[in-house]
Design a protein around this ligand. Structure first.
Ligand SMILES: Cc1ncc(COP(=O)(O)O)c(C=O)c1O
Length: 373
């Protein structure tokens, strides 16, 4: 069956012709410039494919393992470099699922898995995260949703859009739930690296043999346009299935993406880049947090990680509100929670650096909130 549009992309498509003055929804750190890498790039680099491996540059795969803290449990052979975490998710979901299988996922959550599962003819069960529980995932509910026909469990950690984190103990519990029925457990870690309270959560690929970690350089490092991400899995059949499907879609990786990502993930570049992104994110999230506290129509559960969260909006549905805010005189973009089946919430984000004009955007948001109250 054809892949159909999800609400999040539908909203983005319907608003792309607008040119907002401010953006309050950015999920990625300020993007570096090409000049930040040019000194480390080889001008003689061939723009053919990498010529070494269909899984991606070995040095890049080694960095991927190291940044995920998987050096003890995984090797670079367990990594497939992909066009972003989105392609990694696509390759594993498409290769693992068949019509009639069951998949369990979360809501609110990243919609990609549900859209693909529906197109394949998979029976989908969604476990609801509740705001009253701090948007934490209810593992008992998830366990009850898993049946012997469950082929895949798909989650994001940190969760998009709430920024809530699964702990090490919860990830082990999830592995046990998946193992009970032999299900694959895909944990999309695209927002990892910007944790505000504690350490980064461990990657599922190191915990569970049928665990698949997906991630990329898009968010914490702001390198979304490189389209460079990965899947990590200790099951060599899974990695090979990914290579085979990719051969029939984009065939090989983007060579510049691979090389720039390899430079960006070198330990001496990664640590300061993350430090800078964390410092900026902390300041901006604190600003957003006090803004929300000052607004009688808004409340939220502050994200534990990442640059986005869901705020409850009183007195108006999120989508008409987001469209009103995008129009003159406010001209400020944010995503309505309808994108995540949460019509009473708006997604607020602080990424994007100075260009998104966070302070001005919040002032305009305050104006729009006051005008309706
Ligand atoms: C949870 C999640 N996974 C994957 C993606 C896609 O990321 P990438 O740019 O790495 O393909 C996004 C983008 O917003 C996301 O939020």
């Amino acid at each position: 069956m054809k892949v159909t549009i999800h609400k999040l992309f539908d909203y983005l498509l319907s608003t792309t012709t607008e040119v907002p003055d401010c953006v309050l929804g950015f999920s990625l750190s300020h993007s570096p410039r090409l000049r930040d890498f040019i000194g480390d790039l080889d001008p003689n680099l061939s723009l053919d494919w990498n010529g070494v491996s269909f899984q991606g540059l070995p040095a890049l795969r080694a960095h991927v393992i190291a940044q995920a803290g998987l050096s003890e449990t995984c090797t670079p052979d367990d990594v497939l470099i992909t066009a972003g975490a989105a392609e990694a998710n696509y390759l594993c979901l498409r290769q693992l699922l068949s019509a009639g299988d069951e998949m369990v996922t979360e809501t609110p959550g990243w919609p990609q898995a549900a859209v693909l599962a529906k197109a394949i003819g998979v029976q989908l069960t969604t476990v609801k995260r509740h705001e009253a529980d701090g948007w934490q995932l209810d593992l008992d509910a998830l366990s009850n949703a898993v049946t012997p026909r469950t082929k895949v469990i798909f989650l994001s950690n940190p969760n998009n859009p709430t920024g809530q984190l699964l702990t090490q103990a919860e990830l082990h519990q999830l592995a046990g739930i998946a193992d009970r029925v032999g299900a694959w457990l895909i944990v999309d870690e695209v927002y990892a690296g910007l944790e505000w309270q504690g350490p980064r959560a461990p990657s599922i690929a190191g915990i569970y043999p049928r665990g698949i970690t997906t991630g990329s350089v898009s968010k914490a490092l702001g390198l979304q346009g490189l389209r460079t991400g990965w899947m990590i899995c200790r099951d060599q059949g899974m990695i090979r299935d990914g290579v085979i499907l990719r051969e029939n879609s984009s065939e090989i990786m983007n060579i510049l993406g691979e090389h720039i990502a390899e430079i960006a993930l070198r330990p001496d570049r990664l640590a300061p880049a993350l430090e800078k992104a964390r410092a900026e994110g902390r300041v901006n999230l604190a600003m957003l947090d006090s803004f929300i506290a000052s607004q009688p129509r808004l409340s939220w559960v502050k994200p534990q990680a990442g640059l986005i969260g869901l705020a409850r909006l009183q007195g108006e549905l999120a989508e008409p509100f987001a469209r009103r805010l995008l129009a003159a005189p406010y001209r400020t973009f944010l995503l309505p929670g309808t994108a995540y089946d949460e019509p009473h919430h708006i997604r607020l984000g602080v990424g994007g650096g100075a260009e998104v004009r966070l302070g001005e955007g919040l002032a305009r948001l305050a104006g729009c909130l006051a005008a309706q109250a």
